[in-house]
Design a protein around this ligand. Structure first.
Ligand code: RAM
Length: 335
């Protein structure tokens, strides 16, 4: 484990005085910062893990954290919460945006009043935030999903995507890269027949799965790049005659998917650690609110147990590559 170099003052001063490169650390973060997490949906198990990770990070630097948010992932469902957080004069808002644009005017208002805005999990248009903490490189997530489903389908046949909401920035970006990957000659025998939307609602995702199986009798796989969608699809298929015939894959949490891996419905799927995503976002927000970083490319900061992190192009900070889970490793993960 690397040990962060501790500096008493601001990173720039430290570097200038000692001729060393030194990232802004927890020691540089102000204590008592009020940081609010605003997930896509308050009741989505994935978002709960991410928010818990954020609250754990905030505790480490003695901030005051809280989680507020809607029960549905609708485009404008987060607006009223942003307005309340502005009134409360939070130091930072950390949001997984349900829509790239709908929340932007409200987040702009927050920023104009000195509140720092960090998106995580699902981004807004760049003018809506100062930083975006991304779970992994979006291109590699999208391409990786196709590589995985192609393997599960033996490289040929019809498959469908079961996504979250039609406006979800993260899923839409991944799907764009999935479609790009599909153009490669090695996938010429794969056919994407439909993109369905379960709106990150368990029941709707379940019904959409049923609809896909009825509409496409030759379907060989469903890829759900959403933890809500993949769990609902697996639940439907696990008790249907499609079990063993239609592969289910995508992005899900090991704890939600474990039973379906054990009963053979799901062979493999992917994800990152949502708790680490929230934790990293908390440190990014705290460093912005403390003035140790401003959001420019190349600036770096210490993110507690995740070590030094550097801001990339377009204000993006990346957590790390996803993990592929299957029967051989799923029991090593507990989230
Ligand atoms: C759902 C949400 C979230 C996404 C995960 C994989 O929980 O849509 O935004 O990142 O799936």
């Amino acid at each position: 484990m690397r040990r962060p170099l501790r500096c008493a003052g601001a990173a720039a001063l430290c570097a200038a005085l000692l001729g060393l490169s030194c990232a802004a650390g927890a020691a540089d973060v102000k204590s008592g910062l009020k940081i609010a997490f605003l997930p896509k949906q308050i009741n989505n198990p994935y978002e709960v893990i991410a928010d818990d990770g954020g609250m754990a990070g905030i505790k480490e630097f003695n901030g005051i954290g809280k989680v507020v948010g809607p029960s549905d992932a609708g485009a404008s469902s987060q607006v009223q919460y942003i307005n309340t957080l502005i009134t409360q004069k939070q130091d930072a808002i950390v949001i997984a945006a349900n829509d790239a644009n709908a929340v932007v005017p409200y987040l702009k208002k927050a920023m104009s009043q000195g509140i720092k805005v960090v998106t995580f999990d699902s981004d807004t248009a760049p003018e809506g935030r100062q930083l975006f903490v991304n779970q992994a490189n979006a291109e590699s997530i999208g391409r990786g999903q196709i590589q995985l489903v192609s393997k599960l389908m033996g490289g040929e046949g019809e498959f469908a995507i079961l996504s979250a909401t039609p406006n979800a920035t993260n899923q839409n970006t991944w799907i764009k890269w999935m479609q790009d990957e599909l153009k490669k000659p090695e996938y010429s025998k794969l056919k994407l027949v439909k993109i369905a939307y379960g709106n990150d609602d368990d029941q709707k995702s379940f019904v959409e799965t049923q609809g896909l199986l009825q509409a496409y009798p030759n379907l060989k796989a469903i890829v759900a790049p959403t933890s809500v969608g993949i769990a609902a699809a697996a639940r439907y298929i696990s008790t249907s005659s499609s079990k063993g015939k239609v592969a289910v894959t995508g992005l899900g949490t090991p704890n939600q998917m474990r039973a379906f891996v054990k009963n053979g419905t799901v062979k493999a799927f992917q994800l990152w650690d949502p708790g680490q995503l929230g934790y990293l976002a908390a440190f990014a927000a705290a460093n912005l609110a403390s003035g140790t970083i401003t959001g420019k490319e190349g600036e770096s900061f210490e993110a507690g147990k995740l070590g030094k992190r550097t801001i990339g192009p377009k204000g993006e900070i990346i957590l790390g590559p996803p993990t592929t889970f299957d029967a051989s490793n799923i029991d090593n993960f507990n989230f």
